[in-house]
Structures are given as C-alpha cells and as structure tokens.
Ligand binder design. Structure first.
Ligand code: CA
Length: 227
C-alpha cells in the first residue's frame, strides 16, 4: 500500500516510516502543505496521513482545499489536539479517521488497512481472486488454501494488479506501486518480480499486454511445483 505522510516533526516521521516500511507499506514523506499539494498531483497513493500543525499552513485548511479539488483518498489525521471540537473540525474538513499523538504504530497500520479496505468497498481484509486469497493486513497469500511465501515487492506488485482487476496497468504504475521515489530501481528489477510471481502463482497470473503494460490473469496451482 502506498502512503503519503505529511508530517513536519522529523522524529515522528522517521518512526512512522520505519514502522510502516516494516509492515510492508511504501511511504512518501513531505513536511509541509505546499509539498503535499505537489505530491498528490504528481503521484498515486492509497491513503494519506496528515499532521495538523504544519509550518506553512494549517492541516485542516490544506485538507479542505484538497477535498474541494476532488482529492478523494482516505485521510487519517494525526494530531496532538485532543478536544471534541478539534475532532469534529477534522471530520468536517474531510478527514476519515483520527489518531492522537502519541500513538502505537501497530494501531496506525491497522487503521490504514481499514481505511483502504473501506475505501475499496470491501468489508473484510481478505481479497479473493479465484483460488487466490490475499490478506494485505497480515501480508498472507494463499493459493488453494496453501500458504505462498511472497517477498514485500512481490506482495506490492500483486496488490497493485488486484486493485486494478480487469484493467491494464502500465510499467510505470507498477513501479510506483512497489518502489518509493528514493528507492534505487534497477531497470530489470520489475521483470524479476514478475517472473517470481509467475513462478509462485502460475504463468498466467501476470499477463503481458504488448506495448501497454500488464494485466491480472488467473492464478493457477498446477505450475507451482514445476521447476
Ligand atoms: Ca506538526
């Protein structure tokens, strides 16, 4: 899952990034309102974490502005302001959830999963695709009830394809989904992850659409044990 974190406190940001990375999230970090606006128009995210006390503008003003410009992603507000008035203001400005500082990183991760899931209209964390089931919150993948061991990048790649079922996903979109901006991406790295997914979930799971990109295909158990 790709997360945009707007937080000017370096210590908190570092903790959130490390904690979420360890749980399989890809986090982009900005420290002010102007960079947030630039980032949301430049890249795709699944969910946003927003600190309210920002150096250049109040977080609520920023959020209201983003919502007016039809920014529709789920937003979790992170703040030390603890009053009913503040909470109501946060929700009215377009926030979807609210977490008070200091907070537990596991709770933050769990809430992000719930927001993302609700946004996608799913009532449980489990994503079903034929005989394949994926739980993004526990990062478990099952094929015909057999647990499949996927690396973090393979999980992100599979999730990006599942999120776009029936649609063609470009190479750049897939790279965006599995790498952060600061990651050093070797030119053939995406191909390696695709190769591994096909090896583990069947050769049809990632279909190449010539000149356009890739598409999710059926998972198949038959090829799992082949060399
Ligand atoms: Ca702050």
């Amino acid at each position: 899952m790709r997360v945009l974190l707007t937080e000017d406190d370096q210590l908190i940001a570092e903790g959130v990034i490390a904690g979420l990375n360890a749980q399989g999230f890809t986090v982009e970090h900005v420290t002010n309102a102007a960079d947030t606006e630039a980032m949301v128009s430049a890249a795709q995210f699944d969910v946003m974490i927003l600190d309210l006390g920002l150096p250049d503008r109040d977080g609520l003003t920023l959020l209201r502005r983003l919502r007016q410009r039809s920014f529709h992603l789920p937003v979790l507000i992170l703040t030390a302001r603890d009053s009913i008035t503040d909470r109501v203001a946060g929700l009215q400005a377009g926030g979807d959830d609210y977490l008070l500082k200091p907070f537990d990183l596991r709770e933050l991760a769990a809430r992000l999963h719930t927001l993302h899931r609700r946004f996608q209209g799913r009532s449980t964390n489990l994503i079903q695709h034929g005989s394949l089931s994926v739980d993004p919150s526990t990062r478990e993948t099952f094929l015909c009830d057999q647990s499949i061991d996927l690396s973090r990048r393979e999980q992100s790649l599979l999730k990006a394809l599942l999120d776009n079922k029936g649609r063609i996903v470009s190479t750049d979109q897939l790279k965006d989904a599995i790498y952060g901006f600061s990651d050093d991406v070797e030119s053939n790295a995406l191909n390696v992850h695709i190769h591994n997914l096909r090896r583990k979930l069947g050769s049809q799971i990632v279909q190449t659409v010539r000149g356009m990109g890739y598409r999710l295909g059926p998972a198949s158990v038959d090829e799992i044990n082949e060399p």
